[in-house]
Design a protein around this ligand. Sequence first.
Ligand code: 9D3
Length: 231
Amino acid sequence: MTAPWTATVLTIFPEMFPGPLGLSLSGRALTEGVWKLRAVDLRDYAHDRHRSVDDTPFGGGAGMVMRPDVIARAVDDLAAGGMAGPRVYLTPRGARLTQAQVREWAAGPGLLLLCGRYEGVDQRVVEAREFTEISIGDFVLSGGEIAAMAVIDACVRLLPGVVGDAASLEEESFSEGLLEYPHYTRPRVWEGRAVPEVLLSGHHAEIRAWRRRQALEITRRRRPDLLNTLS
Ligand code: 9D3
């Protein structure tokens, strides 16, 4: 049997994992062995009895910086143990995560995810161990762990057999690059609001055309930037 897709997470809060990844789609796939999760406590690689992972920044300034030697020890130990795959450092100064990047990572052997805390990680270890710096968006989290979970979730749902309904992923690639059309279910009238008539008509070609128009319209209004890159 070949090794399952594996997420290895370097963190000072290993108890945060699997967290939400242990539930729902990803949780079932984890139990079934479709993917593996290993949360590694960075403090296990500290050099002192206080298990320090951070120190004051050279040049001054607020807060603390994560030490390069501690992180390198963890990375090298995992590499010696056969850990394969790209190395990702979750940081607000990283390049924005894209679905294209997620697709590439999901197709590989897995990821090593380094979660920043404090002000961040010493830049030398980012370079020396070839971490790709990634952000999940322009807002401020209190650490990299929740961002790492978002990256893992995005990858795991693309693994073969994780999303039960193959039609869901197919439809997703079909509507690529657009925001989704609105969805409706019963009751047909709720609080005086009726479901759009076309959806009750049974005319599948008309329904497809209506959904396409809705998707284009909402994309134009909310995310015109997405339309510029459409073919
Ligand atoms: C005072 C400068 N701050 C940068 C905006 C310092 C700082 C704030 C928050 C440093 C680290 C963090 C914690 N955030 C993450 O580790 C993080 C993150 C995020 O905050 N937003 C979006 N993506 C990511 S990935 C990791």
